[in-house]
Design a protein around this ligand. Structure first.
Ligand SMILES: Nc1ncnc2c1ncn2[C@@H]1O[C@H](COP(=O)(O)OP(=O)(O)OP(=O)(O)O)[C@@H](O)[C@H]1O
Ligand SMILES: [Mg+2]
Length: 242
């Protein structure tokens, strides 16, 4: 069963009389354990797609099933619960609370979901994101890469099925970006499903499947799993829509 199944998604933003088609008839399917990247020019609809897939925004039309549950027409309170139980978000700007330590930032979603925030769980996550010795640091006492690791830890603490990341390395230098992608890759090997929006083509190509968006449409889906480390193989490109 797909963990995310979007069919014929269209998202229209209305500004006065103007209608902006951010997404046009997008089909998108993600299986458990997939590691997917989304690239595309600025304004092509990447953030719009991620927000709809993560139930942060509703599509104008089309359907979205999350873990087998149809989200279309769902009450906001049920949607919040579905989102909380299934999805972790990571953003370019980290959005950490500056007055809370790394440990406290990671713990925050547990307080909202009223789950047991036992110490060992937070220690495990700190360890998982490579910050075992930085738990008591405030964001201002961390590097950019470390701040993003805290944000990834915060996304992981509720045991999501999927991580959605919108330009997670957009504010980081290339070496740090590579390390963050290595962390994503490690998490994927542990079974986590990841969807990453990025402008960095080198990083985007290190995943299993790379989608390209243009003008609100998916114009290609490249299956990269078969070419990891194999320069002699030609990337299989399936043109979904011309
Ligand atoms: N709240 C909004 N109201 C009106 N139009 C919007 C809104 N949000 C996005 N758009 C428009 O929808 C289109 C898709 O925007 P989106 O943010 O998804 O692009 P993007 O691919 O993420 O771009 P970038 O790489 O710059 O982040 C753009 O034309 C944008 O101007
Ligand atoms: Mg964007």
């Amino acid at each position: 069963m797909s963990v995310l199944e979007a069919k014929d998604l269209t998202k229209i933003y209305r500004r006065g009389r103007e209608e902006i088609y951010a997404l046009k008839h997008v089909d998108f399917n993600v299986n458990p354990g997939d590691f997917v990247s989304i690239i595309g020019p600025s304004g092509s609809g990447k953030t719009a797609l991620l927000n709809v897939l993560g139930c942060l925004d509703t599509p104008t039309s089309g359907s979205l099933q999350l873990n087998g549950t149809e989200t279309n027409g769902m009450k906001e309170t049920d949607l919040v619960k579905l989102r909380r139980d299934n999805i972790g978000f990571v953003f370019q700007q980290f959005y950490l609370m500056p007055t809370l330590t790394a440990r406290e930032n990671i713990e925050l979603p547990l307080l909202f979901s009223k789950r047991d925030g036992n110490k060992s769980k937070i220690d495990d996550v700190l360890e998982m994101v490579g910050l075992a010795d930085r738990g008591d640091h405030l964001p201002g006492q961390l590097s950019g890469g470390e701040m993003q690791r805290v944000a990834i830890g915060r996304a992981l603490i509720n045991d999501p099925k999927i991580i959605l990341a919108d330009e997670p390395t957009g504010n980081l230098d290339s070496a740090t970006s590579k390390m963050i992608f290595e962390l994503f890759s490690e998490l994927n090997m542990k079974g986590l499903t990841l969807i990453i929006v990025t402008h960095n083509l080198d990083l985007a190509r290190q995943v299993q499947k790379m989608y390209t968006l243009r003008d609100g449409q998916i114009v290609s889906c490249e299956d990269l799993a078969c070419v990891q480390g194999r320069d002699d193989l030609v990337i299989q490109q399936e043109v979904v829509r011309a």
